[in-house]
Design a protein around this ligand. Structure first.
Ligand code: ZN
Length: 179
């Protein structure tokens, strides 16, 4: 009898609070998988894979995986002689370029790759000049070899993929100081 009274009180508390604790919450959503195609990244294919693995080691709500043969990738990666740059069509979809102009100036290729993937994951440029910030891009010194997002950048990406975040189409250019 006492037990039933306690149970009734518990239900009443839940009802008062208007909480949804009565039903078991849904299991955490499976991480969203984004497939990338590095087949046209030429000499940078390995560093593109490295950039993806860096993100996979820091975030939980999204995975970057090489596209299986015959499937359409979310992200296409190219290499050319311009600045590294990313063009997004929506969150998690678009293309980016491993630009030799920055590589030839000495910017750390894994940092470039992780940075450009960062745009595809919904992060804008933040030209803070700080090496600890992945999205500071070319504003950090050429000598910067940090290729990992900081905790805030990783948290933002997790938030972006925790909900159905929307991001308008956009273009981001690495734009170093020298032409
Ligand atoms: Zn950028």
């Amino acid at each position: 009898m006492l037990l039933r009274r306690i149970a009734a009180a518990f239900v009443a508390v839940l009802a008062l609070g208007g909480v949804q604790a009565v039903t078991a919450g849904p299991a955490a959503a499976a991480p969203r998988t984004l497939y990338y195609d590095a087949g046209q990244a030429q000499e940078f294919k390995a560093v593109v894979d490295q950039g993806a693995q860096i993100w996979n080691s820091r975030v939980t709500n999204v995975r970057l995986l090489p596209v299986p043969a015959g499937s359409t990738p979310n992200i296409r990666v190219y290499a050319d002689n311009g600045w590294p740059r990313a063009q997004t069509t929506s969150l998690g979809n678009g293309r980016w370029y491993m630009g030799r102009q920055a590589v030839n100036q000495g910017y750390h290729p894994p940092r470039i790759a992780a940075h450009e993937f960062g745009h595809l994951l919904g992060l804008p440029d933040r030209r803070t000049g700080l090496c600890a910030d992945l999205m500071s891009g070319s504003s950090a010194p050429v000598s910067c070899t940090n290729a990992y997002p900081n905790a805030r950048e990783a948290a933002t990406v997790n938030n972006n993929f925790a909900t159905v975040a929307r991001m308008p189409a956009a273009t981001f250019v690495w734009s170093g100081s020298r032409p």
